[in-house]
Write a protein that binds this ligand. Structure first.
Ligand code: HEM
Ligand code: FES
Length: 442
């Protein structure tokens, strides 16, 4: 019998080659088996498109596009070299490049569903955030410092938009604009995401003032306005230079709501439309105002947003993720030390290099926090993870040990930042994750 050649999968970018021994495995499963980070939010179900790859070589060795892939490729206008790794099997060597590298890049994929050349009406939540006190900072520091600080602002204020499934639409001077629900979604969820982003931004600016800008003798403040309504969305402009654009009265109104903060001395104002989109008793509201916005012949009711009424698990987790993963290797090694001390026999289940295993775990924790804003994908992703853990030899009784060690590590790594509410949020999230994994492991 002639020798059957085992297909070799080459990952360009990281220049790694692996052999694919199981012809029933998809290219996504090949990455997972070889501990190559490969985002797969919907757990290989051909829905989220995050596992997309560009096939650089060996295209003819792959199965034709599945029906799910054909539909996705049509809507997103993909050229034939782009495939979903979770839908691809190969009978020979292939050379591939993963196209989505970070959790925050996932949101941008929404823009692919935005039409070219024409505008389409879509109901979205619009958030305008203005940084106050920046002029003083700019006049008292060198241009180099100012550019550095502005970049930090855009990062710390942009993160809460991204981690809540929003899109950063534009930076205009010291203003940042976020959009929620560009590719559709439920009204309540889009407004809730925008509100969580606003509260996350408020927290981020406080941290920036107290930690990073402490030597600059400034107290940066911000004003946020949120509105919800039907806006026109499209890729518009010169035929040779089209740009993503959002236009319409709800956008102008959001900007004016933001400015109104200055007049009434508030930090976050939301329109009545936003508030009415949320279930009753979701948020704490301060003062309420009624004001005729420029260009309107009617009054708009605005509410001062103070916070969520009950603990919002996602907001709590988002606020601590940065701190937790600032040293991913230390986090992972502390965690695995604890597990192997408590359950020494578990060590034998880990066949691969522990450093890359650790990176995968922390990558996964970040992924969980990001994908909580896309719960329909998270559940599917955990199904795959639960099933793969059965193959690794993981038993139900291992889960409480891992949960305990993860919670302890989180508590220690958060240090002074840790408080009972934050720890309880992490415990709840990890319990949800592990119970979902265990459900599919049965
Ligand atoms: C919060 C729950 C958990 C999460 C988020 C998690 C996450 C991960 C991830 C992302 C991988 C990489 C491979 C893949 O994607 O399939 C992995 C592999 C693995 N996990 Fe987990 N895991 C969890 C619970 C557990 C438990 C309870 C055990 C039992 C000791 C365990 C043992 C393993 C082993 C043995 C591997 C394969 C490592 C190798 O092949 O060397 N995990 N885990
Ligand atoms: S589409 Fe492949 S993992 Fe979601």
């Amino acid at each position: 019998m002639p020798d059957v050649k085992v297909p070799i999968i080459t990952y360009t970018g990281i220049n790694q080659q692996v052999e694919l021994h199981d012809s029933d495995s998809t290219l996504l499963e090949c990455s997972i088996m070889n501990q190559i980070p490969h985002i797969h939010e919907c757990g290989g179900n051909g829905l989220c498109t995050t596992c997309r790859i560009r096939v650089m070589d060996g295209h003819n060795n792959l199965n034709p596009r599945t029906l799910k892939e054909q539909e996705i490729a049509r809507v997103r206008k993909w050229d034939p070299s782009i495939r979903l790794a979770c839908q691809c099997y190969t009978k020979g060597d292939v050379n591939i490049q993963r196209l989505v590298w970070t959790n925050s890049e996932v949101n941008k994929l929404q823009l692919e569903t935005v039409p070219e050349g024409v505008a389409e009406e879509r109901a979205i939540a619009i958030l305008f955030c203005d940084i106050r006190g920046f002029t003083k900072l700019a006049s008292e520091n060198s241009s180099f410092d100012v550019a550095h600080i502005l970049n930090r602002f855009y990062t710390v204020l942009g993160d809460p938009i991204l981690v809540n499934n929003g899109i950063i639409y534009q930076y205009v001077g010291d203003e940042i604009i976020g959009l929620f629900g560009v590719s559709g979604g439920i009204k309540y969820k889009n407004c809730n995401d925008a509100i969580r982003a606003a509260l996350g931004m408020q927290y981020a600016i406080e941290r920036l003032n107290h930690i990073e800008l402490v030597d600059f003798d400034v107290n940066i403040k911000m004003g946020i306005g949120i509105n919800f309504g039907k806006a026109y969305i499209g890729h518009l402009g010169h035929p040779k230079h089209k740009q993503f654009a959002v236009v319409g009265d709800p956008v102008n109104t959001a900007s004016r709501i933001q400015s109104y903060n200055k007049e009434v001395n508030t930090n976050i104002l939301v329109s009545d439309t936003v508030l009415k989109s949320l279930p009753r008793e979701t948020v704490n509201i301060g003062r309420t105002f009624s004001n005729q916005m420029a260009g309107h012949d009617y009054d708009t009711v605005l509410h001062e947003l103070l916070g969520f009424k009950d603990m919002d698990i996602q907001l709590e987790l988002q606020q601590s993720l940065d701190v937790l993963l600032r040293n991913e290797e230390a986090f992972a090694s502390k965690f695995y030390d604890k597990v192997f001390t408590k359950a020494p026999k578990v060590r034998a289940l880990f066949k691969n290099n522990m450093a890359s295993q650790g990176r995968l775990l922390t990558h996964m924790l970040g992924g969980i926090v990001y994908s909580m804003s896309r719960p329909e994908h998270l559940a599917l992703g955990l199904k795959l993870l639960g099933q793969s853990h059965v193959r690794y030899g993981v038993h139900q009784e291992h889960y409480p040990i891992v949960l305990e060690c993860l919670t302890e590590t989180i508590e220690e790594e958060l240090g002074e930042m840790c408080n009972p509410q934050l720890l309880s949020a992490w415990k709840q999230a990890l319990e949800t994750v592990t119970s979902e994994m265990k459900r599919y492991a049965k």
